[in-house]
Design a protein around this ligand. Structure first.
Ligand SMILES: Cc1cc2nc3c(=O)[nH]c(=O)nc-3n(C[C@H](O)[C@H](O)[C@H](O)COP(=O)(O)OP(=O)(O)OC[C@H]3O[C@@H](n4cnc5c(N)ncnc54)[C@H](O)[C@@H]3O)c2cc1C
Length: 415
């Protein structure tokens, strides 16, 4: 087992860090001020995107690119440490065209788009000209079980007609978001996992109404987590992505690498929280001692370091497995990181906030945003419990197989 990052990855990490230091960190204040003034995307975003593209730091996450597609075609294992660097600034991924939910949508389109869909939706997305959303979750049904989805996608002549209500649809308030991939039911009476399909829906289709951008823990995302109503939304039948009834399978395919990206960005945020905690613990004194000289504070620092290291190793193992055996073969590992890391992000951010005193929950540090990011990620892409359920089911099945093997070894007669 080799714990070194590959040479390519090491070189890219330096280039990425330099880009962050030279072009992104100096604009943190300007980004915050422009967003607060209601201007999104901010004035310099397109310039930064052009620069990132010209430096070849573009679409880093997408493997198996075609010759003429812009991007780097990195493995998950090489991209993961770069995502960690990106994670330190919430909006940095957009500069490199590596933001969720576009990344997952690009993976889906890459796998399932036909030639016309490729030209109309994927090509401009790969070029960073447009942005996109993925609309699955609904307010009226428990959406962590995607078989519950109720939105109807009904065939009518050469069209599909969509009716339903979605919410928490990330990115739908971004002014450059031009389309959504919508999941709904084309065959509500069919076999459970073949009832669902996905269609491409331009945002400006009549009948699409973005009702509101929902705040999360009082945090307002400028790109949005939106509630959207679909009232007799009519799109051509050619907007079906993949086959009718393939929606559930495609939703599963979409989420594997994206969970690794989310988790590595989380590791970057946790590193930042820990750095801030250490800095604060060395500059404030209570009862005659620096904070880090109090045993309870130094223990929290040590625990955070140990837990972040464990988490990173597991994410990198998952990334290596996705590269070797595909997201299907790494399902258990992907669920493990998804169940561990967002909760750990909350824990580390909470410890850092405590060490900062009241300032820790003010807007003067990024700790509140880091906590909120971790808390919301405990739902997005599947809540913790759904992943724990999957891990337990796989573990029980595998342990049964291991037990049978042990029984054979010990020559215990089968019962
Ligand atoms: C910031 C943010 C961004 C999001 N972005 C998107 C997006 O872009 N597109 C999109 O479609 N959705 C998005 N979502 C929605 C997210 O995917 C859903 O919230 C999630 O799938 C859970 O669905 P639900 O909210 O309907 O919870 P429900 O399905 O109602 O579940 C409620 C709770 O039940 C518990 N639970 C569920 N299953 C089990 C089980 N087997 N055992 C024990 N307990 C269980 C869990 O604690 C869960 O939180 C986003 C959510 C957030 C917070």
């Amino acid at each position: 087992m080799d714990f070194e990052y590959s040479e390519n990855c090491q070189e890219l990490r330096i280039r990425m860090q330099n880009f962050m230091d030279d072009h992104i960190i100096p604009r943190l204040g300007a980004w915050r001020d422009e967003v607060a003034a209601g201007q999104y995307p901010v004035s310099f975003m397109e310039d930064l995107k052009d620069l990132a593209k010209s430096e070849g730091l573009w679409n880093m996450f997408l493997k198996d690119l075609k010759d003429d597609e812009p991007g780097m075609g990195l493995s998950n294992l090489d991209y993961a440490p770069l995502a960690e660097i990106l994670g330190r600034v919430p909006w940095a991924s957009e500069v490199f065209n590596c933001s969720a939910p576009d990344t997952g949508n690009m993976e889906l389109l890459h796998l399932f788009a036909n030639e016309e869909q490729y030209e109309e939706y994927l090509a401009p997305l790969l070029n960073g000209e447009i942005r996109s959303s993925f609309a699955m979750t609904e307010p009226d049904v428990a959406s962590s079980d995607a078989t519950n989805i109720q939105t109807m996608i009904k065939r009518d002549g050469d069209d599909y007609v969509i009716n339903g209500r979605k919410w928490f649809i990330s990115n739908a308030a971004h002014p450059r978001c031009t389309f959504m991939i919508v999941m709904g039911k084309t065959d509500p009476d069919g076999p459970t996992y073949s009832q669902q399909s996905m269609v491409l829906v331009p945002m400006d289709t009549p009948g699409v109404e973005v009702v509101r951008n929902i705040s999360v823990l009082s945090h307002h995302s400028p790109a949005g987590h939106c509630e959207i109503v679909f009232r007799d939304v009519r799109v051509p039948a050619s907007n079906l992505l993949g086959g009718e009834g393939d929606g559930f399978m495609m939703a599963q395919a979409r989420l594997g690498p994206g969970r690794i990206h989310h988790c590595m960005r989380s590791i970057g945020q946790m590193e930042l929280a820990l750095e801030l905690m250490c800095a604060r613990a060395q500059e404030r004194k209570t009862f005659g001692k620096f904070l880090h000289e109090h045993g309870s504070v130094s223990e929290e620092i040590a625990r955070s370091r140990m837990e972040i290291e464990q988490a990173r190793l597991l994410v990198l193992k998952s990334a290596a497995m996705v590269d070797k055996v595909g997201a299907g073969g790494a399902r258990k590992e992907i669920s493990m990181i998804k169940a561990i890391i967002p909760a750990l992000q909350c824990k580390v951010a909470d410890r850092a906030m405590q060490v900062f005193g009241a300032m820790g929950i003010s807007p003067d540090t990024p700790l509140g945003a880091i906590y909120t990011g971790g808390r919301t990620l405990r739902y997005a892409d599947g809540p913790d419990e759904v992943h724990l359920r999957r891990i337990a089911r796989m573990e029980i099945k595998e342990s049964g197989e291991r037990l049978a093997e042990t029984a054979r070894f010990l020559n215990i007669p089968e019962r």
